[in-house]
Design a protein around this ligand. Sequence first.
Ligand code: FE
Ligand code: CA
Length: 545
Amino acid sequence: MDNRYKDMFLPACVHEVYSRRHFLLASSLATAMGQLPAWARMGERPGYNPFTLGVASGDPEPDNVLLWTRLAPAAPGLPTTLPAQSVRWELAHDSRFLHMERSGQAMALPEQGHSLHVQVDGLAPDRWYYYRFMLGDAVSTTGRCRTAPARDSLPKRLRLAYASCQRWEHGYYAAWAHMLKDPPDLVLFLGDYIYESASPGLSLGMARSHNLRTAQSLQDYRDRYALYKSDAHLQAAHAACNWAVIWDDHEVENDYAGQQGMGNAQRFAARRAAATQAFYENMPLRADTLAAGLSGPRLYRSLRWGRLAHLHLLDGRQYRDLQACRTTGAPNAGSVRPGDCQALHAASRSFLGWDQERWLYRQLAQDAGTDSRSSEQNMRWSVMAQTTLLSARRYPSGVQASDSWDGYPAARQRLMQQLSGAAGKAPRNSVVLGGDIHQNYVCALPARADLPPAPDNPVVASEFCTTSISSRSGTTQAKVDAVRAHNPQVLFARCEERGYGWADITPERWDCELRTVLNPLLANSPVLTQARFSVLDRRPGPVEG
Ligand code: FE
Ligand code: CA
C-alpha cells in the first residue's frame, strides 16, 4: 500500500489529527507561495516523490503513443499546493533506457491536476517501448507500451484483456496481479473505474474501506482516483501495457442518463463537469477528448489493429435518453414491466445518441467493406467494446432491467440490423464486449435480439460480457440459473466470481477465457479459468471448450 494513503485506513480520530496537521502545513505553504512572483514559483520542486500515482499509456496507434502520469499532492485529501512543473519524459527501446528513442519536457499544471498527457509522434508501427518521467531527483516507475500494427497489415495476433467495475471496498485487485504475469497487447477498461459514493464502512465480507465523502467536487473526484490508483496491482497493470478506457455511470453518478442525474439539474451539471475533468486528468486519453469542453468529452472512437480487428469503443452514458418510466430525480433506474411501460418501446429513444449511432453504423459499414475491395481485404473482426449487456435478458418474473440495452429495445434493434446485414452488408465477424452487470455472460446474438435464436432468427454476433474486477453482483446463482434457463441466447452465466476476460485473436479464430479470482478478499488470490469459448471465422456465435 502507498504510505500516503495509510491514513485512510486509520481509525477516524487518528485520521482527523493527521489531516488537520497537513492542512495547517499546506495552508501556510500556500500563503507563502502566494507572495512569490510566478517565475519564482515555476522552478520549485515538490520535495517528495510526486510519482506515487503511477504511469500509463493509452490507445495504441501505428505511429504514436500517448503517455500519462499525474503528480501527486503532498498529502491525500488536500488541494495541491504544487506550482506548475516542467517534467521530463523518456521513451526508449529497452528497459534500461540505453537505446533512447525520444525524450522531452512537458508542463504539469495545477489547473489540470498536474496531469500529463504526452503524445509522442513519428514512431514505427508494431513496436514495444519503455517510458518514464523525471522531476528533480524523482524518477517514476518504468512503463511499457506499444504502437499498433500498420493499417494495411494483417497481424498474426492480438491479445486483449477486458475488464470493468473495480469497487474499492468489495475486493482487492488480484485479477490485475494475475493479468500482469503475461501482459496482453492492450487492456480494454469498460467502465466503473471508480465508485463515487462514500464507503459504507468495514462490514462483514468487505475487503477495505476509505474515509472519503461521496464525490461531488473536482477535489473529491481527484481524491477518489488517487485512492484507487494507490493500489499497487492496479498501478502495475497500467505500467504493463496500453489501456483503452471508456466510462459508465459510477465515474460520475449511479445510473445517470445523458444530462439527467439526481436532484437539481444545475448541481448535477456541475458534478458531471467535475467528474469529467477528473476522469480526463487520471486516464491515458488524448487531448482531443476535451476538444468540445467539459460538457461534452468525446470518448467514442475506433482503434484499428491492422486488418485483424477494428475496436469500436462506445459511450453508453453521455447521450442516452432517460431510462423508460424512470421517475425524474429518482436515485436509480429500477426495472420495468414491458407491458406497463409504453415509453420503453419508442423508436425515438437512443442508447448511444443519434450522432454516435450514425458514426458507429458508418464504422460497421466500413468493416463490412461496402466499397470495391475484395472481401479478403476486409476487416476480420469487428469489435464493439461497450459498457453493458447487449443481449436480451428476460427475467422469469416478467420485469426487465431498464439501465442496460434491454431498456432501449428499438435502439438495440437498429444496431442488430447493422450486424445482421439487414441494413446492407454485414461485417465479416462481429464480437461484442461488455461489463457493468458484475456477472460473466456469454451470449449468441440473433438478428432479432428480443427473440430466441431460431432457423428464421439466425445468430449473427457473439457477446462476452465480463464479470467485475471486484464489485459484487447483488444477485444469487440460483436466480442467474433461472434467467439462463429462460433465455436460450444466454450460453453461460455466473454471478459469484470476480475477474477479467482474456481474448486471443487471430485471423482464423477468437479464443476467450473467463478468468476468475478464487477469493477477492485476498490481494494475491489465485486466479482460475472458469470457462473457455471460441468464435471461428465466418461462424457467428460462441462455442464452448
Ligand atoms: Fe459496476
Ligand atoms: Ca455501471
